[in-house]
Design a protein around this ligand. Sequence first.
Ligand SMILES: NC(=O)c1ccc[n+]([C@@H]2O[C@H](COP(=O)([O-])OP(=O)(O)OC[C@H]3O[C@@H](n4cnc5c(N)ncnc54)[C@H](O)[C@@H]3O)[C@@H](O)[C@H]2O)c1
Length: 275
Amino acid sequence: MKSLNNKVAVVTGAGSGIGRAIAIELAQHGCVLALSDINEIALQETKQLILDAKSNTTTHLQTLDVANKQAVFEYARNVNADLGCVDLIINNAGVALSSGVDETKREDFEWLMNINFWGVINGCEAFLPYLKQSQDAHIVNISSVFGMIAIPRQSCYNAAKFAVRGYTEALRQEMGMKYPHISVSCVHPGGIATDIARNARVSEGEDISELTASFDKLAQTTPQKAAKIIVAGIKKNKSRVMVGWDAHVIHALYRLLGIHYIGLTQWLAKRLNYQ
Ligand SMILES: NC(=O)c1ccc[n+]([C@@H]2O[C@H](COP(=O)([O-])OP(=O)(O)OC[C@H]3O[C@@H](n4cnc5c(N)ncnc54)[C@H](O)[C@@H]3O)[C@@H](O)[C@H]2O)c1
């Protein structure tokens, strides 16, 4: 997808952070946008920001829970009917959970998997029939650096993001064989300065303000910078998009150390008292 001008782009979780920044970036590239989020007010704010950026892009807005399979399929039908086609989908909506494996409530694990994993699958499956009809289509699934390496207290998030990577890499190969006009990218952001930690669930007794404070220290890349890198990755048809210098370092370590990265992350987690 070399040019994004007039392409119909769907972005989930567009009410905040990376999704919002991608929406603004795509508007500046001339995309027609279909934006959704579970948070209606946040979604309206994104629309206003697009208008403030003096982009007169058509913007289709809908409140949507990506975990609700039926609602996502209905949404895909509506977007296609209202905008005439779909060329690009960015499965971005996601949440975080900090919890040790022996204290995780199954309810919280399922909440996260339903959004971070099944939400991505719902988006891919629901929009695929319309993407097949496009001349030049692209699917972007947002994983994480934690879809490459695992760390303590992130087992649920790791499970979802590793699964998104596996699914997306298989999807890219299948599309390449069956529908070569559909490109697929898996995105692995490092720490991006968004509200993800503030909106996270934590285990009983864990202080969310401590988690947020450490996240704010570590998350150095702005969502705007992340959006530019992701959009550049789409235009270059990259299979894997690393976002932020920390993501590049983690990717390099992962390739260099193989499974032995585990010793390093365990040592770091102990030093940071994140256990
Ligand atoms: N911020 C980071 O450091 C980072 C790093 C790696 C990966 N990611 C991934 O990037 C994506 C975006 O995260 P972010 O950092 O912008 O977080 P964010 O909290 O700023 O934004 C996430 C958005 O998703 C929406 N959302 C939550 N549950 C939803 C649901 N069920 N249906 C629809 N929308 C829902 C929220 O309302 C919010 O607007 C997520 O998939 C996240 O896992 C973020």
